[in-house]
Design a protein around this ligand. Structure first.
Ligand code: ADP
Ligand code: MG
Length: 438
């Protein structure tokens, strides 16, 4: 096992890593750090919870200089993830004199302008607010040497690509750029070539994304029975739990029910004020709340080590979303459990995801002796087509069954104004009545 010192990192960084209890270098870090230190571009695909943040953060801290302006930029799809990355960056940077600013929507411009005025070397940002700063001149990317797209498949997806293009156009040609995600669809890899130069690629096998280390199961039940089963599953759990719902409304409802049952639950969804989102996340991170009920705004990147169980209260709209959601447990080599509730109308969607799960998957109906009684008309709706092609299959079905399905990976931003623009620019089609779904 390699130690961080052997990678040639500065003593100031090693000291912080020691304090954080980072002893051994994780494989993706061992792979990426030397390549980035030689200023070659990188595509880093590695499982959820495998330590991708340090893989890009440490080389940045090694190479940039305090008090010389913004030299590195990390872009992430959600506010919570941007805050988390900045928090981790600040811990690594504790003894280096390097400062990080977090730039995201929903927070007053004033706070961010003050932070920028004091001088920073690294910015961690969501695209929408970053563009606002670039347009008003409060952020300048001329001296940026390191660019990172975290959750890169989302960042290069339709919904974000124009924003990313705008931002990258303002960075120097001579930059080291790297992309990270647990999922890297081939079309995204192809697109990435336009932005990267001779990148060293670390990729997982297509069938390696199986949620290893996560004990997975599913239960087919009537939608209206879900809440009772939820209580049954969460009752015996000692660690923390995340419950993913498909819409903001469901998220609020489930959180409300849990409060009625006297659980310490917090919710996160896109309609909440930024202040309340931050309060909820802080309560969950500190362990003051046991349960986080969330839309997919929390499905990517969020790292809370005590999460022991992930419950998909609703079937995710796509296999990649499934793997990101369940990847909120079993972080950094720990064990975890994931249970998916499948309502009768979602059996078709679930079957498509199930095919991608290559590890053992528990049929909880069998284990618990719960009979499935799908009415005939619903059986006929079960599709045989895969997602991805026209996108119509998942969406049109989804809208009939109450709007759960979402056919596109885009719209991962919680920058609401921009989401709206994005949907409008795609032929005026706004599936969510002008508001982002989560
Ligand atoms: P990913 O981005 O791959 O999903 P993260 O970067 O969020 O994973 O890291 C997952 C967890 O592992 C975090 O809590 C992080 O602090 C921890 N971690 C990362 N690298 C190490 C290491 N080398 N030693 C110990 N813990 C680590
Ligand atoms: Mg990550």
């Amino acid at each position: 096992m390699t130690k961080f010192k052997e990678l040639g990192l500065k003593d100031e960084i090693i000291k912080a890593l020691d304090e954080m209890g980072f002893e051994e270098v994780f494989p993706i870090q061992e792979a990426c750090i030397p390549v980035l230190l030689s200023n070659r571009d990188v595509i880093g695909q590695a499982h959820t919870g495998s330590g991708k943040t340090a893989a890009f953060a440490l080389p940045i801290l090694q190479q940039i200089t305090p008090k010389k302006g913004i030299q590195a930029m990390v872009i992430a799809p959600t506010r919570e993830l941007a805050m988390q990355i900045a928090g981790e960056m600040k811990k690594f940077a504790k003894y280096t004199g390097i400062k990080t600013a977090t730039v995201y929507g929903g927070q007053g411009m004033g706070i961010q302008l003050d932070a920028l005025d004091r001088g920073v070397e690294i910015i961690v940002a969501t695209p929408g607010r970053l563009i606002d700063h670039l347009k008003r001149g409060s952020i300048e990317l001329r001296n940026v040497q390191h660019v990172v797209l975290d959750e890169a498949d989302t960042m290069l997806d339709m919904g974000f690509i124009d924003d990313i293009q705008f931002i990258l156009d303002l960075t120097p040609e001579e930059r080291t750029m790297s992309l990270y995600s647990a999922t890297m669809p081939t079309e995204i890899l192809r697109l990435a070539e336009e932005y990267l130069k001779n990148a060293k690629q670390f990729l997982l096998d297509a069938d390696d994304l199986s949620g290893e280390g996560i004990d997975q199961g599913y239960l087919v039940i009537k939608d209206r029975d879900k809440f009772n089963y939820l209580i049954d599953f969460i009752k015996p759990v000692k660690g923390q739990i995340i419950v993913f719902c498909s819409t903001k409304y469901r998220t609020r409802d489930v959180a409300k029910y849990l409060h009625q049952e006297k659980y310490d639950a917090v919710a996160i969804e896109g309609d909440m004020s930024q202040h309340r989102r931050e309060q909820a996340m802080a309560k969950f991170r500190s362990g003051k709340a046991d349960i986080l009920v969330a839309t997919d705004v929390a499905s990517r990147g969020i790292d809370v080590p005590r999460v022991e169980l992930v419950i998909n209260y609703d079937v995710p709209n796509q296999d990649m979303v499934y793997f990101h959601r369940i990847g909120r447990t079993a972080r950094a080599g720990l064990k975890g459990r994931a249970i998916t509730f499948v309502s009768y109308s979602s059996v078709g969607d679930w079957n498509l995801i199930k095919r991608q799960i290559k590890t053992d998957l528990k049929d909880l109906n069998k284990e618990m002796g719960i009979e499935i009684k799908i009415p005939d008309p619903l059986k006929r709706q079960i599709p045989s087509r895969r997602y991805g092609g026209s996108g119509r299959s998942s969406y049109s079905r989804g809208s009939r069954s109450g709007g759960y399905g979402r056919s596109s990976r885009s719209g991962s931003s919680d920058d609401k104004g921009r989401d709206k623009k994005r949907y409008e620019s795609r032929g005026g089609q706004n599936r969510y009545g002008g508001r982002s779904k989560w």
